[in-house]
Design a protein around this ligand. Structure first.
Ligand code: PLP
Length: 395
């Protein structure tokens, strides 16, 4: 669609990868053609290839493709030896799957308030939340930065907790040169379409340096059946040693991800540019708006903007105002995890997790994807500016 220079403005969607797919279409078409030619749509060549490429990209010794980030968390927790009723410390503010994966694996979530700047688990609150039941801690890396893994690790050592990471949003993020997901026993990636590396449906992966965990996850994704080697699906046993799931990755998803992976670093650089361009435009607007903190950019420590999140006390009104100007936004995440109906029996009260509750009330994600153009950011800034001007005069 051509940009309109007069009349009503085009909508700015919250998320789009149309331009990316247009650019990549020849290679995606080729890759999909290979899958169709092979006639193997499940556990074929592409999944094994993607696992090898992702191991190279992340530095993980083992990558096991599965059918979603959520399943990756469940299978990782099971493979790490979670026993029924084990306490798993998780942040009170995250995507629902962080907590549901714990329950699906047989554990009990134990909620921890967040640090308001990183949106990740606060290490001091973590220390205070440990109980005799606690056996795991699962920090989450949200939006644009990682949890303070050195501090989480110190608490985990003091209490003998196993560390696993919900790094579903964190592809490309590193601390001290180590990719997200590889700071404890293992981590995960999600390839849900809107994630930094998105498929055309659901897909996920487990990352680990531990061969025992890797082999257990590989068996758990396929009815508890192991193959001769991890990435070889040609000689899978017909005997099940574990009550495994059916959580295989589709080769069609793997083929799309293989075609997109070579562009990932370019897209991450583009995301950094876009985030800086937003901050430059929003920084000086009159009115109260909290912007993401500057992120480290040394080769050893790298953050990646998965979303661009602002905070304001007038979040819902601002979202409505932007929607009125055809600008898409999303609320990440409107209800703190301890307040989800499914956890009602745990009896958590409002006020217990003040930073998680403030983020749930105030945070708004702006349109953010590699397809955005500078003119789009100007329009978002102008729309936010006009909103802030009216809330100031009516406040
Ligand atoms: C996306 C996401 C998941 C789940 O991944 P799916 O692939 O959608 O199952 C888990 N945790 C976090 C923090 C996520 O953002």
């Amino acid at each position: 669609m051509a940009p309109t220079h007069s009349g009503t403005a085009e909508s700015i969607p919250f998320f789009s990868q149309a331009a990316t797919f247009e650019q990549l279409w020849p290679s995606i078409e080729n890759a999909l053609g290979d899958v169709f030619d092979s006639g193997k749509f499940s556990h074929g060549k592409q999944v094994g290839q993607l696992e090898t490429e992702l191991a190279h990209y992340t530095g993980a010794r083992h990558v096991i493709g599965v059918n979603s980030g959520t399943d990756a968390l469940v299978l990782l927790l099971r493979a790490c030896g979670l026993r029924p009723g084990d306490g798993v410390l998780v942040p009170a503010y995250s995507f629902f799957a962080t907590a549901s994966a714990v329950v699906l694996a047989g554990g009990r979530p134990q909620f921890v308030d967040i640090d308001p700047h990183s949106y990740a688990m606060d290490p001091e609150a973590l220390d205070a939340a440990v109980t005799p039941r606690s056996r795991f801690v699962m920090p989450v890396h949200l939006f644009h930065t990682m949890a303070d893994m050195a501090a989480v690790d110190a608490v985990a050592r003091r209490h003998g907790l196993t560390v696993v990471e919900d790094s579903a949003e964190a592809i490309g993020m590193r601390r001290r040169g180590v990719h997200a997901g590889l700071h404890g026993r293992g981590g995960v990636l999600s390839f849900f379409p809107s994630k930094t590396l998105g498929a055309i449906g659901d897909a996920g992966a487990v990352l680990t340096d531990d061969p025992r965990i890797a082999h257990t996850v590989a068996a758990l994704r396929h009815h508890g059946r192991g193959g001769r080697t991890l990435n070889d699906f040609t000689a899978i046993s017909t005997e099940s040693a574990l009550p495994g799931a059916n959580s295989k990755m589709d080769d069609i998803q793997a083929a799309v991800l293989l075609a997109k992976l070579p562009l990932l670093e370019e897209h991450i650089a583009r995301r950094a540019e876009l985030a800086a361009a937003y901050t430059a435009r929003l920084r000086d607007l009159p009115g109260v708006l909290r912007l993401p903190r500057a992120v480290p950019r040394t080769p050893e420590d790298r953050d990646v903007h998965y979303v661009y999140l602002i905070e304001t006390e007038h979040r819902d009104a601002l979202a409505g105002h932007l929607a009125g100007q055809s600008i898409g936004t999303e609320v990440y995440y409107p209800l703190p995890l301890p307040h989800q109906p499914v956890f009602g029996h745990l009896g958590h009260r409002p006020g217990e997790f003040p930073h998680a509750e403030a983020a749930a009330r105030r945070a708004l994600a702006l349109p953010f994807h590699p397809d955005l153009r500078p003119g789009d950011l100007d329009r978002v800034r102008d729309a936010i500016g006009s909103f802030l001007a009216t809330t100031r005069t009516t406040a």
